[in-house]
Design a protein around this ligand. Sequence first.
Ligand code: NAD
Length: 429
Amino acid sequence: MVSSSLHQLEVPTPAYICPYDQACSYLEEAAKELKLDQGILEVLSHPRKVVTVSIPVKRDNGQVQVLAGHRVQHCDILGPYKGGIRYHPAVTLREVSALAMLMTWKCALLGIPYGGAKGGIAIDPKLYSVDELERITRRYTSELIKDIGPAVDIPAPDMGTSAREMAWMMDTYSVNVGHAVPGVVTGKPISIGGSRGREMATGRGVMFIVREALIDKGQSLVGTRIAIQGFGNVGSAAALLLHQAGAKVIAVSTGSGGIFCEDGLDIPALKAYAAQNRKGVVGFGQTTPISNAELLTLPCDVLIPAALENQITEDNVNQVQASIIAEAANGPVTLVANQLLESRGVTVLPDILANAGGVVVSYLEWVQGLSYVFWDEERVNKELEQLMVQAYRQVIQKSLDRQIPLRLAAYTLGVGRVAKALSDRGLYP
Ligand code: NAD
């Protein structure tokens, strides 16, 4: 294991799977495959910058609460840092650091000139009013003002954040620098320079990758039985697009539980129901309630974990029945579970490929913003499809050429490109 100051930051509990150690393990595996120079591996194992800021916020009842906001910038060898902002109670500096590293490999794999970053605040946004969330987001942005910018670090939405938070970030940054700077964030509303197609982009990318994997097995989306954990931005978009393409989405869930319907769910109606219902999807139509644990082990063709990390572990991996798992979330399959699935011949479509649609369209949004020319949705979706399918094909080819699993193939491509750039640029001084 390479050394890292992050390994000393928080004390793990016994059952705890450290996301940063897990990310470093994947990097080390790729480094072995690439026969990477030890010095380059050391550089890539450490985030370039780790920032934690205090966010004092006045609650609506007048009390002051101080939150911790993180931003980790992993590597900017290929271009500005890029990565989402997560509002979720489970956010830790280790998790944010692992996700920042993942972003570096993801951008390189997709051929996008960005480096990886991630940010987050450990809050449950459902427990805060809209006004409180706005105050939190604006203070967090202003604390990070010197560390972000369109040529420096470009945040985007992630779990618990959306176009609304990006608009607040863009406005706060712009007011502070004295002029409108749309390029400081992506995933913002179309009214202030957002891209058409961005909202559905990650889910659309998942759909393309699942479609390609089925084609490679001589199958198609039509009639394929799919279970999706998480019905947020990514999960609900993937569900809708897969449903529209003829797949049978038989189960979905949110943090409040899931539902199952043997004949397939009416996803457009379910989306409308979930938007009105604070308890998520439970209670919709003629469906059977199921737990999140049950959803993961349902008999189905494709399983799409689109919520949190570490959902498929040593404890439940033997009960998983899907023959394809598409990691729409970041890190939903643990390292050990991944090895067990591979040995059983289950196709695991790795996160840095499967959920890259969001960053691809973020990149397209940034390009449109820089050129002041805005595209229609058809063009955005076409460019997205081309980049996703190209990356998928490269991963499959690498996997076949080297006889290695898809995740290692994806990491080898991503890490290899960053390592090559680092070696070409050289170390300063
Ligand atoms: P979101 O907040 O919009 O939705 C998350 C969903 O997960 C919600 O339905 C929530 O109820 C559900 N959930 C929360 N806790 C759960 C639990 N314990 N069990 C089951 N479901 C639970 O978030 P999102 O933007 O859809 O992101 C989901 C995942 O996709 C995250 O891992 C994120 O990092 C990843 N991702 C998101 C994007 C993006 O563009 N939004 C891009 C790449 C990767």
